[in-house]
Design a protein around this ligand. Structure first.
Ligand code: SAH
Length: 454
């Protein structure tokens, strides 16, 4: 069957794609439909037809899915932040679990996946500790802040994001009131003129500390004392700063931070481990679920206090410091030098002395240390970016013969690929847990335990 633009179709949505789009088939031919959820029967209109699949637009809900819910956020359909708010949270978790299971079967080659109960959030809203709001003007010249509409740079004027901390809205109101009163212009991407580009807010859910950083196309902020005065009224305000970014780019943050008031950082904790967080540092956005994910990784590592552990792709050392409490020695490896500096600071802050950190590519540092220094590991933990591990790294890991490998992943397709390779080279997948760190979005985290075959 050949489909073409503007064809009308009726389909039932049976699956969801990477971007959260609904997928339905007619005689095996798949259609991708944004905003349609699993279980919907819909009327849709073809917007782009390819040889083996087509994109269609949701025109009418003929039979809404029993899993369909009314999104809390009125902008859920336009905004690029969430993809699956219209799906019940229970079903979101099922979707994520299925996705991981299917990848481990299809790509990983396992006929049965030892998957444990998914770890969902108690409150799948208001969980993010970090938000970056672009600032601009609407067509009437009013200053607005919010989020980019999906795949565009059009700002949706929305200061109440249901994923972020509830304080964000109050902070943005204060900043816009200050800008309006003192004629501080928002930055205009088209002309490159204007001052305030973005507002970065970080909130320590455990500590209650707040950081506000204005990203500006300049060196100073006029009447900044007025803004400081207003923001300081908020309980927990700890750090107010400027970040200088005069480049005409989509990269949000520049390199230089100027403190306007308070400290250059806030402190927050995951479990018993404290972290110092500056505007530029990486920090997990959902510390509640991160704690659960890392507790699971720790359980999988089965540490007794006598083990040597390598934590590859360690970032600011979140997992390393977590593991160090139960291991003899932990070594972390990370490519970003600033993150390693943060990791060392955080180790000191917590009085942790059995964690050491190396800057470099995991696939270079580990083989070098193994070949030159003959390093050893009882357990290796990896938490790579989406593209997963280089095969050469997996090779070194296997050569080092750790008893256990704990693989933490944010992309279950590359996880499955690597688990397959490890399976063929002596490591059996024994346990799998899916942890939801990002409710309302399609992202999913997984922890896997691989054990060396006798
Ligand atoms: N566990 C960390 C985050 C891991 S995210 C934490 O909680 O902080 C993946 C990390 O891998 C990022 O910090 C990224 O900078 C780093 N990275 C990317 N490629 C790498 C490579 N080839 N070698 C080492 N680290 C790498």
């Amino acid at each position: 069957m050949n489909y073409k633009k503007n064809d009308s179709i009726t389909i039932t949505i049976e699956d969801m794609g990477h971007g959260g789009e609904g997928i339905g088939k007619i005689d095996g031919f798949p259609f991708f439909v944004k905003d349609a959820v699993i279980g919907d029967t819909i009327e849709a209109k073809v917007i782009k037809a390819k040889k083996n699949y087509a994109y269609a637009r949701l025109m009418r809900l003929l039979q809404p899915s029993p899993h369909r819910v009314e999104p809390r956020c009125p902008y859920a359909r336009q905004c690029g932040g969430c993809q699956i708010q219209a799906l019940s949270y229970e079903q979101q978790l099922k979707f994520k679990e299925n996705k991981v299971r299917n990848n481990l079967m299809r790509i990983g080659g396992y006929s049965e996946v030892p998957i444990e109960e998914v770890i969902g959030m108690e409150e799948p809203y208001f969980y993010r500790n970090k938000a970056q709001f672009p600032v601009g003007k609407d067509k009437d010249g009013n200053i607005i802040a919010g989020f980019y509409a999906s795949r565009t740079h059009t700002i949706i004027n929305n200061r109440k994001c249901f994923l972020g901390a509830e304080i964000n809205e109050i902070i943005l109101d204060k900043i816009i009131a200050y800008m309006t009163e003192w004629n501080v212009e928002p930055y205009d991407e088209v002309t490159g003129k204007g001052l305030v580009r973005h507002v970065l807010i970080r909130y320590g859910f455990q500590s209650g500390e707040i950081m506000v950083c204005l990203i500006v196309n300049g060196e100073t902020l006029p009447k900044s004392e007025k803004l400081v005065e207003s923001l300081r009224e908020l309980e927990g305000m700890t750090s107010i700063s400027l970040n200088v970014n005069k480049k005409r780019t989509n990269v949000i943050l520049g390199e230089e931070i100027k403190v306007l008031w308070g400290q250059a950082y806030i402190t927050d904790s995951i479990g018993d481990v404290k972290f110092q967080i500056s505007p530029l540092s990486f920090y997990q956005v959902n510390p509640v679920q991160t704690k659960r994910l890392y507790e699971r990784a720790l359980a999988y590592a089965q540490l007794t206090g006598s083990e040597t552990v390598w934590d590859l792709y360690c970032g600011i050392g979140t997992i390393s410091l977590f593991l160090a409490q139960k291991a003899k020695q932990v070594y972390g490896v990370e490519i970003v030098p600033q993150a390693i500096e943060d990791a060392r600071t955080n180790a000191r802050l917590n009085g942790i002395e059995n964690a050491a950190f190396y800057v470099g590519k995991a696939e270079e540092v580990l083989p070098e240390k193994y070949e030159k220094d003959g390093i050893y590991a009882d357990v290796i933990v990896v938490d790579p970016p989406r593209k997963g591990c280089e095969e050469s790294l997996l090779r070194t890991m296997v050569d080092m013969k750790p008893k256990r490998i704990v693989y933490v992943s944010c992309d279950s397709a590359t996880l499955a690929r690597d688990v397959k390779w490890l399976g063929e080279n002596g490591y059996e997948m024994e346990r799998v847990t899916v942890v939801d760190q990002f409710g309302m979005t399609v992202h999913v985290e997984t922890a896997v335990l691989l054990v060396r075959k006798p």
